[in-house]
Design a protein around this ligand. Sequence first.
Ligand SMILES: [Zn+2]
Length: 111
Amino acid sequence: MNQPDVAAYRCRCAQFVLAITPPLSNLPRRNASIQSVPSIVVPRNDAQCQLIIKADRDRQSTNLSRKDGKDEPWFIYRCPRCNLAVAYDTSDKDVAYTYILESALLKMDIH
Ligand SMILES: [Zn+2]
């Protein structure tokens, strides 16, 4: 088997936040007709997808409205250094997906 392709990402402030296989560029985007904030969908119960997220998740959710008019609770992961929102879950626990905010993270080079 090939070595899994692990990618690392940093916050805009340079703090390391995420290591993931496969790279975010290989994962699907969330349906923009439901949630217009550009988000990458990370399955949490998939053996092919492993991630380490170094961010603090809010205990309280923030409600955001979706394009279909429903409210969606966001449990936001924040950079431990600058508090920037980098990802979110839409449920407190047993989440099927974690969503990465596309504009928040920059890919790091690993050698
Ligand atoms: Zn940061």
